[in-house]
Each structure stands twice: as structure tokens, then as C-alpha cells.
Design a protein around this ligand. Sequence first.
Ligand code: NAD
Ligand code: USQ
Length: 396
Amino acid sequence: MKVLILGGDGFCGWPTALHLSGQGHDVTLIDNLSRRNIDNELGVASLTPISPIDVRLNAWKQITGRTIAALHMDVAREYDRLEATIDRLAPDAIVHFAEQRSAPYSMKHARAKRYTVENNLAATQNVLCALVETGVDAHLVHLGTMGVYGYGGGLRIPEGYLTVEVDDSAGARTQREIMFPPDPGSIYHMTKTQDQLLFYFYNKNDGLRITDLHQGVVWGTQTRETRLDERLINRFDYDGDYGTVLNRFLMQAAVGHDLTVHGSGGQTRAFIHIQDTVRCIEMAIDNAPKRNERVRIYNQMTETWRVGELAKLVSELTGAAICNMPNPRREAAENDLCVDNACLLDLGLEPTTLRGSLLNEIIDIAQRYADRCDDSRIVATSQWVQPREPSRQLGR
Ligand code: NAD
Ligand code: USQ
């Protein structure tokens, strides 16, 4: 298949590009390198030494003989180029990762909030609009988030659609399937709930074939392909804005920093290893929805963990101390999370378990690159609610 990968230089996009190319697909990636630029803006760098994009691509060619084409393009701001590219390439599938994906960054300040909304919604709208305008019948695979559901509310979370009982217009009790009510916890997560509405509309109106993968927190760094050569290494974010919780704990243990549990650690989240991410995307591409099928939604996660339990596990493996810090986020102090993930398991996903793989991750990545860590960037500083003078507090 011809596959176009939007956001193909990022943490999930790069290993996906390699994996799909390695499987024999004809891959082109698009990226505006905004993620690398945000690192510069924040004064941080990936714990792993990531190579410039052209070095990455040349290394892949040298090692495998396979070519991945790359275009520097802003999907949110260069609509005409995007449309012309989709028209010219006529891909069978488009994988869309090209969004600002950090919740803390999206809550940092007005500029970051506005950028996140403008970038994410325009990127999604542009790819959908370009598919309609060109008439290219590509299957769009989007990386969404478990965070659109609001982490539970005591329900078993279905794969996108909730069955409800309502009265029909004649007053008879009837069952309907509706999109699960959105309940975002950050500006970033809110953009993903809005993406869902765009998908719903373009699917209903234009018959676009769309799979939305509601992914949990991704952990791990390397995949089979990124391990082939150090020039292919994947990024590892550890800073307070872009580092995700488990990778942060692994790195903190490696550098002798206390594990930074927000609040009581009772928050439960869904997790998936990066190796399983790339496999899930491959399976989604191989199983495209039929024409006139509604938006297909899969819960792309393999296990749920309480943040405090994760810290305990890492502490038991490494001896690291745990520190319960004031939570900078506005989120439930505790929640249960029960998720239906049968679709991807039925397609053949064999989960990488956290208990089975954590120690390797600590040794292979966190300890190996520990000397690249800037300790001053570890603690999360982005606040969900800005402290204000009493007279300026909203609603008072
Ligand atoms: P990332 O920031 O590492 O990668 C995103 C890539 O998209 C970056 O290389 C960035 O430069 C590019 N990009 C952003 N806006 C763009 C634009 N307008 N035009 C072109 N390129 C653009 O993030 P990631 O961790 O790889 O996440 C990829 C996707 O998966 C995101 O949409 C994210 O919401 C979703 N996701 C990630 C996780 C996770 O834990 N990392 C979990 C669930 C869902
Ligand atoms: N947390 C800590 N200590 C830390 C970092 C985080 O206790 O040092 C807590 C947070 O308060 C939160 C939980 O861990 O309760 C998860 O935080 P996270 O930063 O690992 O994940 P999150 O902000 O939800 O975002 C990440 C990705 C995002 C993706 C999302 C999937 O950055 O792109 O959409 O995971 S999900 O969480 O399932 O919505």
C-alpha cells in the first residue's frame, strides 16, 4: 500500500514509518518539525540522542535498502500543498499523528492554548477537506486518545459508542448507540474530542473511511526497527511538559530523582507499549472500514494502572524513593478505569506487558542515556488553574 504519515518525525510517527516501510509499504512522511522546535522553545531535549530527519532517512536506506520519502510541510497551515500532495500520491491510507500532543503544554499559557487548538483542529480539518476535494479514497487512521472519555465515571468504556435507552418519538422505549459523551481534561484532550465531531461529519456527509484509535499513555522507546542502528533511535521525552508518566518514572529512577507522583497517585490510566502502537496501526491499515461504514473506533491500550502503583513497581525494581507532590492538574484524585479493548485483540494484538519489559527499558534507555538528563526540567510546572489575585478570579 501507499501510506502517507502525517507527523512522521514524532515519537509514535517515526517508529510507525519504519515499521510500515519494513513491512513493504510505500511510505511518505510529512512533518513540520514543530515538536523539535518546541523542545528548543522549552530548552529541553529528548533523553535519547535523536538524529536529524535526513540522517534518519539515509540510515534507514543504508540498512534496509528501502526509501521513505519525506516532505517538510505544515499540515495545519499549508492546505494547498497538502491537497496537491494527496492528489499526486493518491495514498491508500493516511495515518494522522500531526497534532500538539502534550496536555501540560496545552495548559501552559494563552499562546500554547491557542496554538494547540488552532494547530490540531486545522490539521484534522485540512486532511479531511483535502480528501473530499481530491476524491482520493484513502482510509484515514487517526491517533486519538483515551482521554476523550474522561477516564471512566464508573462505567465500562466501550469502543467509542455507548448503547443508551431512550424514548422514541412515539414514546416507546428504544435502544440507540451514541458517541460516548466527551469529557476532556485539558485543552489538548478537548481538541481530540472536537476531532471526533469532524470525523463524524465527514464520514456521514462525504462517506470518508475513518478509523479513530483512542490510545492510552504510550511507554517505552524502541521498536524492532528503531533498535537496528543508533541513528534510528526513537525520542524519549522526560521533561515536565512532554514526558509521560511511566517513562518519566523510569528516567527518574535512573538518575536518582524521587518519583514524582501527582497527588495521592489514585489516578488510573490506560497504557500501551510503543511496539504495540506500531503493530496496532498496521492492523488498522490492513482492516480498513467498508464504504458507508460509520467511523470505526478502537481503544488502543493493553493495561490499566494506578499512577501510585506504577511508582511502587518502579521503586521495587530500582529502589527509587516516591514523592507525592501537589497535583498541578485539575483531575480526579482517584478513579477506576475499565476499558473494552476487544477489537485490536481480536485482530491479533499480543500485548507487551509492563511487568515483563520494564527492567529492560530502564537498563537499555533510561540508565544508558541518564547523563543527558537536565534535572532542572524534571518537575512539572504547567498549572491547570493559574493562581490569580482574588479580585481577578473568574466568577467571584
Ligand atoms: P509527537 O509530538 O512526538 O509527534 C507529533 C509529530 O507531529 C511531531 O513530529 C510534530 O512535529 C508533528 N506535527 C505537529 N503538528 C504538525 C503540523 N501542523 N504539520 C506537520 N507536522 C506536525 O507526538 P506523539 O507522541 O508521536 O503523538 C502522536 C499522536 O498520537 C498525537 O496526535 C497524540 O495525540 C497521539 N497520542 C500520543 C500518545 C503518547 O503517549 N505519546 C498517547 C495517545 C495518543
Ligand atoms: N502524572 C504523575 N506524575 C508525573 C506525570 C504525570 O503523577 O510526573 C500523572 C498525571 O497527573 C496524570 C497521569 O499521570 O494523572 C498521566 O499523565 P501523562 O502526562 O502520562 O499523560 P497525559 O497527560 O494524559 O497525556 C499522554 C499523552 C497524550 C495522550 C494521553 C493518553 O501525552 O498525547 O493522549 O497520554 S490518555 O492519558 O489515555 O488520555
